[in-house]
Design a binder for this molecule. Structure first.
Ligand code: GLN
Length: 560
């Protein structure tokens, strides 16, 4: 167990998944941080994948890369954005990781010949990880202080899922050992069936009973619903679930997830949490800058810029899309709020350009174009057409990872005249492989060794003087997060530069290209990055490249 007095809040889901446990976890984190306590947020994904890197983004949402390079669930992105800080490997776990360490220890005779079982061995490994996350954070984070700290742990899925039983049991044991240091928050759902027009509390009561069967009693119930929960229903939940009424918290639908902490404060959540954790109030939660951001981000009465997002994962309907590119969408919101604009997005499937369903000239109706990250073959020629249109018609263009590689392919083909130029990810024997697999990646591909082997996490980039990138960041050296296997082929850098392309960001040794741009006298904003700037954009610290891109789109709109 970490130092006596380290506090844990376990966030569990009742009734159904997808009702915003991640936002609750993030909001609790922000509120306690604002009360003066150091906070780390931990996500438990009960599936057997060892990390999120091998999962399809259209099914599972965005793969969020931590500073360290660990590929995690998109909730980790929300956590970092709410807390405005980086989180560590220890703050993320899957059942795959848990079992992998138990099995490795067993193979090394680490259990001294015992029979290894889910309980106690796997459960104990889970407890060890919860404690390790707290210890690691205390040892490394900049939040300082020797006093109490808080870990907020979100257990994915819903109470009653077989696969999260061991995690709930681990939390129960921690509560048993340290009754004053562990509390439980259940996020539930209160439906209002159309035929009745009345909000029902029964499913929540049943979910609490389910949780009770694990030997766990929630200290708080956060009720997600369309409308705020009225006093009568709060009382009903309180009495039937053995809770004080002020610990039944209302979480009605809101316009923006960033409003959630402000809403929770209407029910005095942070004071009640401190009371439940037996922590003194160090200071009033100061949400001034957060409020300012939320007001700007939800203000409808500001000028709009329209952005076409051209990509290849767009077959699956709007719901999934917004999950697959979550950080990009959020990064745009933060910069838009800073500039006093709002963004209207249109998702365009690049395959529609290839099959003639859409004409690439339709992009003239937009103030800016983004090509986000992606992998593999389909839809690539459509994207290249879009890049060419953006370049020739001088529409602001921002490419992210694949969006940079394809911007370079387009330039090589249509400006340098290398008609067959391509990335070897698509065409192995291309005569002009302007984008090629990185040397140290070849062995992984040959061995089908895909998990966690890309160039991942933070690497520094040096920014060339006199470029747009340098002007945006206002510094010479930046750290950005990566996730790729291919790179701009060094052999083509010189000819591309001679043809007018600027590699404004490179690895400090000058070998790897990190940013490509066109001179501003040629194009108002044509810039793309090998890294993923969206992963480090924060509500209170918008990313300079997104801000400059949006500024360019607003200028383009004015001119049009
Ligand atoms: N598929 C490309 C690569 O592996 C780009 C990856 C990305 O967009 N994240 O290099």
């Amino acid at each position: 167990m970490p130092k006596e007095g380290h506090k844990y809040i376990f966030v569990l889901g009742g009734v159904m998944s997808g009702v915003g446990k991640g936002v609750v976890t993030s909001s609790i984190g922000l509120l306690l941080q604002q009360k003066g306590y150091p906070v780390n947020l931990v996500k438990v994904d009960p599936y057997l994948n060892v990390d999120a890197g091998t999962m399809n983004p259209t099914e599972h949402g965005e793969v969020f890369v931590l500073r360290s390079g660990l590929e995690t669930d998109q909730d980790m992105g929300n956590y970092e954005r709410f807390l405005n800080r980086d989180l560590a490997n220890e703050d993320y776990m899957t059942s795959g990781m848990v079992y992998q360490s138990v099995i490795a220890r067993e193979r090394a005779l680490g259990y001294g010949g015992k029979c290894i079982e889910a309980i106690p061995h796997v459960r104990d490994e889970i407890i060890r990880r919860f404690e390790a996350a707290a210890e690691h954070d205390a040892a490394t984070s900049q939040q300082g202080g020797n006093g109490s700290r808080v870990s907020v742990v979100e257990i994915g899925g819903t109470i009653g899922d077989f696969q999260n039983a061991l995690y709930i049991d681990a939390a129960r044991v921690m509560k048993m050992r340290h009754p004053d240091d562990v509390i439980f928050v259940m996020v539930s759902y209160l439906p209002t069936p159309g035929t009745l027009g009345e909000m029902k509390t029964k499913p929540t009561q049943m979910a609490v009973r389910d949780l009770n069967s694990y030997g766990v009693q929630p200290d708080f119930v956060i009720g997600r619903s369309k409308e705020p929960i009225d006093e009568k229903r709060k009382e009903k939940i309180a009495i039937s679930c053995s809770l004080r009424k002020e610990r039944v918290i209302s979480a009605p639908d809101i316009k923006s997830i960033y409003e959630a902490p402000l809403n929770f404060e209407k029910d005095a959540l942070s004071d009640s949490l401190l009371e439940a954790l037996k922590l003194p109030e160090k200071r009033k939660a100061s949400l001034t800058s957060w409020k300012k951001f939320v007001t700007a981000a939800t203000n409808e009465n500001v000028p709009e810029v329209s952005i076409a997002m051209v990509g290849k994962y767009f077959d699956t309907g709007d719901f999934v899309l917004s999950d697959a590119y979550l950080s990009v969408i959020e990064a745009l919101k933060f910069s838009a709020a800073k500039l006093g604009k709002k963004v209207k997005m249109r998702w365009i499937n690049s395959k529609d350009f290839e099959r003639g369903k859409l004409k690439v000239s339709m992009l003239a109706d937009y103030d800016g174009i983004i090509v986000p990250g992606g992998f593999g073959e389909s839809g690539i020629e459509g994207i290249i057409q879009a890049v060419q249109f953006a370049r020739e018609k001088k529409i602001p263009y921002f490419g992210l990872c694949y969006g940079m590689q394809l911007m370079v392919v387009e330039y090589a083909r249509n400006v340098l005249g290398l008609k067959e130029a391509n990335t070897t990810e698509i065409k192995k024997g291309s005569p002009d492989p302007v984008v090629d697999v990185m040397h140290d990646q070849e062995k992984h591909l040959a061995a089908n060794d895909y998990g966690g082997t890309m160039r991942l996490g933070v690497y520094p980039a040096y920014l060339k003087k006199g470029t747009m990138a340098r002007a945006a960041y206002k510094k010479e050296l930046v750290d950005e997060r990566h996730r790729h296997r291919y790179e701009i082929n060094p052999e083509y850098i010189k000819p591309l530069e001679e043809a007018g392309l600027i590699f404004s960001g490179t690895s400090p040794d000058g070998v790897l290209t990190e940013i490509a741009e066109l001179p501003q006298k040629v194009h108002p904003f044509m810039l793309a990055t090998q890294f993923h700037p969206e992963l480090q954009a924060r509500p209170l610290d918008p990313h300079p490249l997104f801000t400059e891109f949006l500024r360019a789109t607003a200028a383009h709109k004015k001119r049009a």
